[in-house]
Ligand binder design. Structure first.
Ligand code: GLU
Length: 304
C-alpha cells in the first residue's frame, strides 16, 4: 500500500501544532522541518496551529517566539495562525455531542483523592501510556442524585470518557471493522495500525480548568482545518489510539498519520522544553545558522 490521500481530489493539508509553554528546541525544529517538507513535496498546505489551551502555562511571548523561530528557520505557512484558546466554544459544542452519546461523565475527584484511590486499589502498576496511574473509577456509576447536587453547587469537575461505552458505540459505527489508523513510514509505505484506546482508561476529555483537553481540541481542529496528514513525534503515537476513537464518535474524517523519530540528548533522553534543553533562540544567539540547525537535526540520534 502507498501513501493515501483521504479525500480524493482535495489538496493535502499538514499542520505543525506547538504549545507555547516554552521556546522551541531542536526537537520542534525536526518536527516542523519534516512536516513542512512533506507538505511542500506533496504540493499541499502547511498550517501553523498554536495549542494554547493551557492558559496557566502558555505565554504570548512564546507565541511570538515560535513565529520568530520558524521564520528564522526559513519555514512559511498557509493562511492565518489558529490559536486554540480563541475557540473554546467549538470544543464546548463537540463536548455536547459526546454528552448526547452518553460517553462522558463528571469526575469531581482531586489529584490527591485519585492518588489515594490508586493506593487503595493495591495496584499502582496499572498505568496509561504517559505513565500516569489509570483512573480508579471513583466517580463512575456514582449515585445520580449526588452528581446532580454537586453539579448544582458548581463543584469543579472534569469530564471523563466512559471507555467501555465509547468502545461499544464506536464498534457499532464501524459495523464490525477494526478501530484503526493508517501510519506511513518515511518511504511513504502505509500500514493499518489497530488502535487500543482502552490503554488510556477513562481519559479526561474536558479538564477541570479549561473547557477542553489536548485530545479533544486536537481532534476537533484537525477536522475543521481539513487536515489530511498528521505528522508529529513518536511520543504521541499512543495518543492517536484515543484520537481515532474520538474521531469515530464525533463522525470526523480520518487523517493519515506519521509519527517521526525523537531527538535524544547526550544522556539518551528525549529533548523537552521543561528540561531546559537548548532552545533555537539560544543557538541563534550563539551564531548558529538555520542551515546548521538543519544539519544538526539530521545528524541527531534517535531517542528510542
Ligand atoms: N501541541 C502538541 C505538542 O506541542 C502537539 C500536538 C500534535 O501535533 O498533535 O506537543
Amino acid at each position: 500500500m502507498t501513501d493515501q490521500t483521504p479525500r480524493a481530489g482535495a489538496p493535502s493539508v499538514y499542520r505543525f501544532a506547538p504549545s507555547p509553554n516554552g521556546r522551541l528546541h531542536l526537537g520542534h525544529a525536526l518536527s516542523a522541518l519534516i512536516c513542512h517538507g512533506q507538505a511542500r513535496k506533496a504540493g499541499g498546505r502547511f498550517l501553523l496551529r498554536i495549542e494554547d489551551i493551557d492558559i496557566g502555562r502558555c505565554r504570548p511571548e512564546h507565541i511570538d517566539g515560535i513565529i520568530e523561530d520558524l521564520t528564522w528557520l526559513g519555514l512559511d505557512w498557509d493562511g492565518p495562525v489558529l490559536r486554540q484558546s480563541e475557540h473554546f466554544d467549538i470544543y464546548r459544542a463537540a463536548t455536547r455531542r459526546l454528552q448526547a452519546l452518553g460517553v462522558l461523565y463528571p469526575c469531581f475527584a482531586t489529584r490527591r483523592e485519585i492518588a489515594e484511590a490508586v493506593v487503595a486499589r493495591g495496584d499502582a502498576t496499572a498505568r496509561d501510556p504517559d505513565g500516569a496511574p489509570l483512573y480508579p473509577g471513583l466517580f463512575k456509576g456514582r449515585d445520580e442524585r449526588e452528581i446532580l447536587e454537586r453539579l448544582a453547587r458548581g463543584e469543579p469537575h472534569a469530564l471523563r470518557l466512559d471507555m467501555a461505552r465509547a468502545r461499544e458505540i464506536a464498534a457499532r459505527a464501524l459495523a464490525g471493522g477494526d478501530l484503526a489508523f493508517t501510519e506511513t513510514g518515511f518511504d511513504g509505505e502505509a500500514r493499518r495500525v489497530v488502535a487500543r484506546p482502552e490503554r488510556w482508561g477513562d481519559a479526561i476529555i474536558v479538564r477541570k480548568d479549561v473547557p477542553t483537553s489536548y485530545h479533544l481540541a486536537v481532534v476537533v481542529d484537525d477536522a475543521r482545518q481539513a487536515v489530511t496528514h498528521v505528522t508529529r513525534g513518536r511520543d504521541l503515537l499512543a495518543a492517536t489510539d484515543l484520537h481515532r476513537l474520538l474521531q469515530v464518535l464525533l463522525d470526523l474524517p480520518e487523517p493519515v498519520y506519521h509519527h517521526h523519530r525523537l531527538i535524544a540528548d547526550a544522556a539518551g533522553r528525549k529533548l523537552s522544553k521543561s528540561a531546559g534543553d537548548t532552545s533555537l533562540a539560544a543557538l541563534r544567539e550563539l551564531g548558529v545558522t538555520p542551515a546548521e540547525i538543519r544539519r544538526m537535526v539530521d545528524s541527531t540520534q534517535d531517542a528510542g
